[in-house]
Design a protein around this ligand. Sequence first.
Ligand SMILES: [Zn+2]
Length: 487
Amino acid sequence: MNPSLDAQLADWEMVVGLEVHVQLKTLTKCFCPCPVAFGALPNANTCPVCLALPGALPVLNARAVELAARASLALGCTVHETSIFARKNYFYPDSPKGYQISQFDRPLATSGHVQVGIRADGSSRSIGITRVHMEEDAGKSVHDRFPGVTAIDLNRAGTPLVEIVSEPDMRSAAEAGSYLRTLKQILEYVDVSDVNMEEGSLRVDANVSARRRGDTRLGTKTEVKNMNSFSGVERALDLEFRRQVALLEAGGRIEQQTMLWDADAQEVRASRAKEASHDYRYFPEPDLPPLTLSSTWIDGVRKALPELPASRRARFLTEFELSAYDVDVLISTFGLGDYYEAVARAHGSPKSSANWVMGEVLSHLKRSGDKIADFPVSPSSLARLLDLVRDGVVSHTAGKQILQRMISVGGQPDETAVAEGLLQVDDGGQLATWLDAVIAEMPLESERYRKGEARLAGVLIGAVMKKSGGRADPRKLGQLLAARLTP
Ligand SMILES: [Zn+2]
């Protein structure tokens, strides 16, 4: 790191706009009936349309339009009743037509926004969405299959995408990361895409420039590509910003160019392809009519949207009186929020429901890699188990054991508690037997407790809990211990 540059950075402001390509979750491609599926043999999912054979004509996939409209409305955009498909002309081997069907001056949707960086006091920053347009994906060049030869796999060619273009509203790498995480969360809520950056269903290009603080004009921007994780985006933006500031401070000029992020080397470098400003020679796609949507249809799509993260966050905060942190964890995915809400409503205590869902349930999902939809214990069963814990029928420790049992072999909480012998023991005789055994095994601790070291109660009670297999009632045990070893 360069200490003088670190000092200079404070005088500069980062300006970032993001272009995010999102693969829509359709069964078939955007303009032909070929299946959209991973893992098929190369070029198995192709037809005259996506192979661009002469005379083949595109037919628009209605489901792709619906998902694109859904995404646009969830991002607060206006979906236009008329939008136009356009040819974006460029030659690239994985695009056999020599053009991409996209949208240009009449996109599907414009003028949305996303709230990011929501603070505990409810304040946040609004990031504008310039436009959302539909387009088709290209195929893939395969460089490592045949030595010395590049092969082309067109299975992906024609897969429906939306491109979500933001305003240059972000002012730091962290804010760009926050925008991307929010965007991903919203798209996951409305179920339009797998939004998985590692698998390529979400791809990010960044436009970044630097300007002196207080300056209102935008500096010359560069485009940063090739990032394959959100943390990679943040790192690449920081490094590119540093590079630009160093150059500007040295009296240099920023060249408008494409920079590539190299995750292995953790560096950005100029793309070797000298891209003069592209002339894509856009013109309206002659093989497709204008896309016309009625206002009734658009309203229908809007009405079918589920509750979005921002309103769910506000509702959970007031309805369940949880901390902002807890709410953010619980609403992280749509399914988890639904699951939590069902448990809390059935059990009655929002806080203990949150503790169990954020603790036991999430750590199981983390270990197994499953989604909440695959979690084997239903919300009503978990709520019943929490009732048993609250009512002292089983101890907290036993409750956890019962849940593990229900996860691994199924069953209901009441039966499992009986079958596993985990009903809480509050029978004084049994508790005394366990306690006496512990006092005999731990004479030093017992003696210190008797002489007034109250904190040793925890150690002794813990030992009895262990001996009882989690079945001893800790409250009764505390009373018994105090009576037995009065200081
Ligand atoms: Zn096809």
